[in-house]
Design a protein around this ligand. Sequence first.
Ligand code: CA
Length: 227
Amino acid sequence: MRILIVEDEKDLAYVLSETLKLEGYNIDIANDGEYGLDCALTGVYDLIILDVMLPKINGFDVLKQLRTANIHSAVLMLTARSQIEDKVEGLDSGADDYLTKPFITKEFLARVRALCRRRSNEYVSDRPQFGDIILDTPHHELHCGDKRIMLSKKEYDLIELLILNKGKVIGKDVMITKIWGYETDVEYNSIEVYISFLRKKMKALNSAVSIQTSRGVGYFLAEDKNG
Ligand code: CA
């Protein structure tokens, strides 16, 4: 899961970012509305945490422009307590949820988890599943029957992306932007290396699910139903 935080209070942005990183999310930060909009328009974010009062372009206008551009990332708006009408305006302009500042971390994380779950349409999102494999989110493990194996951070991110997309082909460029961010110089062969690690691990689990290559495009999960 990749999350964009658009917040001009740098200390707050930093704390939110570190909190979310501990939960295993990939985070980018934008400190004003204009840069936030640029980032968000790439469409790679599962969730955007969007402050209302922002330099250059305010949060509502960022949101309106995103929805006009058909970007359907989930949006959690952050509003100040004094801005009571913000809630209505925020929801009207296409926000999925809002949170009033100041808020406690526990509630923030609960909202983030709920939005990411809704986003992935996966109502047991701490155990997303495809065929006989189950991703154990809290422990960063992949399970198959009674076998389990630990995943590195990047392996975890890759298999999560494949599982949540339920057999759809994911392009290598999408994998790179979702997992490494769009300002990265990671190359396709790094993806290939992580995919080969994952394939070995899935083989060790004796899973009927495998990562298939769509030549020249990317990868997808498939299940061999004949075992
Ligand atoms: Ca602000």
